[in-house]
Write a protein that binds this ligand. Structure first.
Ligand code: BJW
Length: 260
């Protein structure tokens, strides 16, 4: 694990700055934004990893836009069905569990996730804002009605039980608006929290990428946890570089050694 602080890099193993611990322990409201990197150690592919990311194998415009779904609904539905199967077989990892523990330790906690995999809820996190939807839900393409379960058919996509329209995954594709309540809640929390953690996200997709900057503008301490540098790295107050499944448990252990 590497630590950057104010532009300097340290190779001391598992060094968590005492000032960061003090801010975390004294925080009134901790906000966490997570991205695909937090689920990588659960075996779920990220999007932009050059070797294993989904976008290395699939063109986003052919699978993650409304136009793609209208053009080839069966293909897009199957793509999500395959990912749903991988996700269904995955388990939350040490990073998801560390955030459950953090939520129990601070007065107020909001977990904002770009992930659609539901692993935070399965790990036990409670106050979750889902920005990009959830792969375990579908909704009617025509009427928007949410559908929690459906029978898979040989000729996908399945149909809306109410109107017979096509069902689509209840996720946010490029060019689509994020759920208004979720994005409003996320910006409100980013501008009022005192510590903001950005975990496992490349910070390249808007509007989620702006949340950390909103927190900085509002004088929050911004901590980046990522195995690589990102556009946020130079601006973050602290950078803990390493796998989230190691960094987050180490942060918890450093903050609450002895259980207090
Ligand atoms: C580890 C690790 C380990 C690995 N430990 N770390 C302003 C400027 C420019 C463009 C736009 C803008 N506003 C809107 C746009 C357009 C667009 C956008 O942002 N485009 C950019 C790509 C340029 N945004 C939108 O269209 C959004 N809608 C919107 O803004 O509506 C209003 C509007 C509409 C039209 C025009 C203008 C405004 C919607 C965005 C929806 C994104 N949807 C997806 C797919 C969801 C469903 C699905 O899963 O299939 O969401 S795309 C994909 O990217 C997914 C993710 O949630 C999202 C973010 O990716 P994430 O999570 O950061 O993953 P990666 O792979 O990028 O990064 C992983 C990171 O983890 C890396 O940094 C690794 O190093 C790290 N890592 N292992 C720690 N073990």
């Amino acid at each position: 694990m590497w630590l950057w602080h104010n532009g300097r890099m340290s190779d001391l193993d598992l060094v968590i700055p005492p000032q960061l611990i003090a801010r975390l322990r004294g925080a009134r409201h901790v906000a966490v934004l997570t991205g695909a990197g937090i689920s990588a150690e659960s075996g779920i592919a990220t999007f932009r990893d050059t070797a294993t990311g989904l976008w290395a194998r699939f063109n986003p415009e052919e699978v993650a836009t409304l136009e793609a779904f209208r053009r080839t609904p069966g293909f897009v539905w199957r793509w999500y069905a395959e990912r749903r199967q991988v996700i269904g077989g995955a388990e939350p990892n040490a990073a998801h569990r560390a955030l459950v523990e953090l939520e129990a330790r601070v007065p107020a906690f909001t977990l904002i996730t770009q992930n659609i995999d539901d692993l935070h809820r399965r790990a036990g996190s409670r106050n979750i804002v889902e920005l990009h939807g959830n792969i375990h839900r579908a909704r009617c393409l025509d009427e928007g009605t949410r559908v929690e379960s459906w029978a898979d058919t040989a000729d996908p996509p399945p149909r809306c039980p109410d109107c017979g329209g096509m069902l689509r995954p209840d996720v946010v594709w490029f060019g689509e608006m994020l759920p208004l309540a979720a994005i409003n809640a996320a910006f409100a929390v980013a501008s009022s929290c005192d510590v903001f953690l950005s975990v496992g996200t490349s910070g390249t997709v808007e509007p989620a990428a702006s949340l950390a900057y909103e927190a900085l503008r509002s004088d929050a301490v911004v901590v980046e946890v990522n195995s690589e540098e990102t556009p946020l790295t130079p601006s973050a107050t602290y950078v803990l570089q390493g796998p989230a499944g190691e960094v987050l448990p180490a942060l918890l252990a450093a903050g609450w050694a002895g259980g207090g």
